[in-house]
Write a new protein. Structure first.
Length: 264
């Protein structure tokens, strides 16, 4: 009889352990899934932006991550708003850098690479080598910070040019009135830097070298983004909403960052 009782006790103990182990394994699986789902999307978005930044080797070319992340956020929000073409490129003119640096970056976000990295001029009254003054006023001869969407091209004083629409009220929305466009100019050259210690300056346009203007305009076309940055300026934009940006690309973030890669 004792052996029988001990047998029943043993069976009960084994069953209890089995149930406990099952619950523990279930909790572990549920906990892992829960942890994945509870990773903040903002964290996932920054991870996504850093992945693009690293893939394009932007640090090596002098572009700071916070500048890139702002530009990328605006790019996604402008795309979400239906303001961009299907093949839109992201161009960043980083006026944190002096004119002697190649501070214009043209990026293919989908392919995670840099299409072009070159010099770009700022406005005559924005500063000498460094752009420090900005305005949205007509005839100010200064650069204007913020997001632009490229418009139609035309042939003007500087040859083939590309119109720009300023997207930030109070910062650059007078771009059409001021005739702020992308164009080529001979004062954007290494020779000018050697002679003056800086690039030549425009009347507010983001001018590039004549040798690159045609290729740049062809690559951008209508419906691409230009972001002119100066971090020291007081600047705000509805297109800098990170929540909206990461929700717009949430499926991509979940597939590539949250569930596929390690979160560093």
């Amino acid at each position: 009889m004792r052996n029988y009782v001990l047998g029943i006790s043993g069976l009960l103990l084994i069953a209890t352990c089995s149930v406990f182990t099952s619950w523990k394994n279930s909790d572990t699986k549920m906990g892992t899934q829960k942890n994945l789902e509870e990773v903040p999307l903002e964290t996932a978005y920054i991870h996504h932006a850093k992945s693009l930044y690293q893939s394009a080797h932007l640090k090596d070319s002098g572009l700071a991550f916070p500048v890139f992340e702002k530009a990328l956020t605006g790019f996604y929000n402008l795309k979400k708003a239906g303001l961009l073409s299907d093949h839109a490129l992201l161009t960043i003119a980083d006026f944190d850098q002096p004119s002697t640096h190649k501070r214009l970056y043209v990026l293919n976000v989908d392919q995670k690479d840099v299409v072009l990295n070159t010099w770009v001029a700022h406005g005559q009254r924005s500063g000498e080598d460094q752009a420090v003054t900005f305005s949205n006023q007509n005839d100010s001869f200064t650069s204007s910070i913020g997001f632009y969407v490229t418009g139609e091209e035309y042939h003007g004083t500087h040859g083939r040019s590309l119109k720009l629409d300023g997207m930030d009220p109070g910062f650059n929305d007078n771009a059409r009135l001021r005739s702020i466009v992308i164009h080529g100019a001979p004062y954007v050259s290494e020779g000018t830097i050697a002679a003056l210690g800086r690039l030549g300056r425009s009347q507010g346009c983001p001018a590039v070298s004549p040798e690159l203007a045609d290729a740049l305009i062809s690559s951008l076309g209508e419906g691409s983004v230009l972001f002119i940055n100066r971090s020291a300026e007081k600047y705000s934009s509805s297109y800098l909403n990170e929540d909206s940006a990461y929700l717009a690309i949430m499926p991509e973030i979940k597939n590539n960052s949250l569930y596929g890669n390690n979160m560093d």
